[in-house]
Design a protein around this ligand. Structure first.
Ligand SMILES: NC(=O)C1=CN([C@@H]2O[C@H](COP(=O)(O)OP(=O)(O)OC[C@H]3O[C@@H](n4cnc5c(N)ncnc54)[C@H](O)[C@@H]3O)[C@@H](O)[C@H]2O)[C@@H](O)CC1
Ligand SMILES: Nc1ncnc2c1ncn2[C@@H]1O[C@H](COP(=O)(O)OP(=O)(O)OP(=O)(O)O)[C@@H](O)[C@H]1O
Ligand SMILES: [Mg+2]
Length: 365
């Protein structure tokens, strides 16, 4: 029940150069491929649940410790992170709230939400901490909506795009495409989730070759992405190999395949986070994850730019490190929340456990 020892018990040493890790992983993944076509019992051995035995488990506790910045009285508001979530409509107000509030609970200083006009007062009422912009306004032209978001864009360390854009007659997807293009030109990282994945699956050029993009598909979203990009069915037997190939096919964007074990690849390395979280599968946990990945990848980017010579991470890609950290923290928080609430565990309980979970790994003092 204590995920902190889960971290240490599953942790493996990745303290060697990223290229060596990458070479070893290529070897392991080739071995996975070698299992294909053999007897069913051996094929099962390559399934997601057994990836640990191949040494792909990330040293998540160590990564979390090294990328989380110390609390420093010399810092100004905003220096620990400014995140924007773009999404939220009349039918769905929970998902963007979960992502945005999770970013704050982990330690970002500012969290904005850009949503539809009717979603805005609802999201504001959940929390006065969030800065809510009702810019997805049906009477606005696409260029006006994009201009409203662009006014703020340069201030953000990361955008989370795509939580619930459906359910309106206005074509938000065109707006989001424009916003993503602008973010990319400005080198702002983008975490793509939910309906953003629907958009990207049908417009791969939006993220192709952008190393600061992260896609966080759930089981259904992954299935559609694999079918579209690789023309194959999603595969559990050769999961690591398939994810590596998928990420390469989209030019090295990082992909976090959510599930029983979370798999992460940027086309160079594959990492697994499988520490046990919670058996409750209440909706909204993926939204916590996308807000968490936004914060941790921003922190990893900063740490790498300032201290790359002494960090010695298993991957030099901050988006990969952010995914590993986000996934591990979510699982730990889910575990704490479940220990307390059992069957009644909800996403809001998991959000309330984020602070205590991070505190166990990186104490504030
Ligand atoms: N409290 C809330 O407001 C919550 C809202 N949520 C949102 O609810 C929506 C549904 O998510 P679920 O995870 O339940 O559903 P699924 O796991 O079925 O996946 C739905 C996703 O697939 C995409 N999609 C739907 N039809 C498609 C098609 N024909 N071809 C390709 N892609 C298609 C959608 O854009 C959506 O992103 C998402 O937008 C999600 O973000 C969830 O995050 C849970 C909490
Ligand atoms: N079968 C599972 N066992 C354990 N953990 C899981 C399982 N499936 C998902 N998770 C965890 O829950 C997190 C959210 O994944 P999930 O598949 O629920 O996303 P989602 O469907 O996008 O969620 P959301 O309801 O927010 O849209 C993952 O990061 C993973 O850690
Ligand atoms: Mg989701």
């Amino acid at each position: 029940m204590c995920p902190l020892h889960t971290f240490s018990s599953v942790a493996r040493s990745h303290n060697f150069a990223a290229s060596a890790v990458s070479r070893r992983q290529q070897f392991l993944i080739r071995s996975l491929g070698g299992v294909r076509g053999s007897a069913p019992s051996r094929r099962m051995a390559a399934g997601v649940t057994n990836l640990n035995s191949l040494g792909l488990e990330a040293d998540a506790g160590s990564i979390l410790k090294r990328i989380t910045p110390p609390l420093d009285s010399g810092l100004h508001k905003g220096q620990a992170g400014k995140i924007a979530v773009i999404g939220g409509c009349r039918e769905y107000t929970g998902a963007p709230y979960f992502a945005a509030i999770s970013a704050l609970k982990i330690g970002a200083d500012l969290s904005h939400v850009f949503c539809t006009k009717d979603a805005a007062p609802v999201i504001k009422s959940y929390s006065p901490e969030l800065i809510v912009h009702p810019v997805l306004e049906e009477s606005y032209s696409i260029s006006l909506v994009v201009a409203e978001v662009k006014k703020w864009m340069e201030r953000f360390d990361c955008l989370v795009v795509g939580q619930v854009l459906e359910g309106t007659h206005f074509s938000w997807l065109d707006c989001i495409s424009e916003i993503m293009r602008h973010a990319r030109q400005s080198n702002i990282p983008i975490v793509v989730d939910g309906d953003g994945l629907f958009l990207v699956t049908n417009n791969l050029g939006l993220i192709a070759g952008y190393s600061l993009a992260v896609l966080t598909p759930n089981v259904n979203e992954y299935k559609r992405l694999v079918e579209k990009v690789l023309g194959r069915n999603a595969d559990d037997q050769d999961a690591a190999e398939q994810l590596l190939s998928l990420s390469r096919s989209v030019g090295g964007a990082t992909i976090l395949r959510k599930g029983n074990a979370d798999l992460i690849s940027d086309g160079e390395t594959v990492s697994v986070v499988s520490a046990f979280g919670s058996p409750r599968r209440c909706g909204g946990q993926g939204d916590i994850l996308s807000g968490s990945v936004a914060v941790f990848s921003s922190w990893a980017r900063q740490q790498i730019s300032e201290h790359s010579e002494r960090l010695n991470f298993s991957s030099s890609n901050p988006m990969v490190l952010g995914c590993i950290a986000g996934s591990a923290l979510l699982r730990k928080a889910a575990s704490l929340a479940f220990a307390e609430n059992k069957r009644a565990t909800l996403t809001t309980d998991i959000i309330e456990s984020l602070g205590a979970s991070l505190e166990e790994i990186c104490p504030a003092k």
